[in-house]
Design a protein around this ligand. Structure first.
Ligand code: FE
Length: 138
């Protein structure tokens, strides 16, 4: 499972991340719905991996899924996201991880907007950072 470009010890991750970020990103935890800072955040820009800075999603593909977590219908680039079958908690889901550092992001579901990709990348705010698009007029 150590096929990621960025490999650190758990001690190193613990030092770099806040305890809340560590719980989600390294221990595959989930933040409580409607509590994350990007759940209701609509500025134009790029969402990056909080652990390694990998650019993961753009604001143009973000939509209000009403589920309590930031949701995107498409990844910035398919190669940026690593998908892994997750059978934990009595469910069968597709986990999504940062392809660069292996950080847990959330899950991808098939109930996204049907006029787009039909996918919903459901991501923890704690897994993300945000780079504001300074060239946009809006
Ligand atoms: Fe990462």
């Amino acid at each position: 499972m150590n096929s990621f470009d960025i490999v650190k010890t758990e001690e190193e991750w613990k030092q770099q991340l806040t305890p809340e970020q560590y719980f989600v990103v390294r221990q595959k935890g989930t933040e409580r719905p409607f509590t994350g800072k990007f759940e209701d955040h609509w500025e134009p820009g790029v969402y990056t991996c909080v652990a390694c800075g990998n650019e993961l999603f753009t604001s143009s593909t973000k939509f209000d899924a009403g589920c309590g977590w930031p949701s995107f219908y498409e990844a910035l680039d398919k190669t940026k996201i690593y998908e892994k079958l997750d059978k934990s908690h009595g469910m069968v889901r597709m986990e999504i991880m940062c392809a660069k550092c292996g950080g847990h992001l959330g899950h991808v579901f098939n109930d996204g907007p049907s006029d787009k990709t039909g996918l919903r990348y459901c991501v923890n705010s704690l897994s993300l950072d945000f780079k504001k698009d300074t060239t946009s007029k809006k």
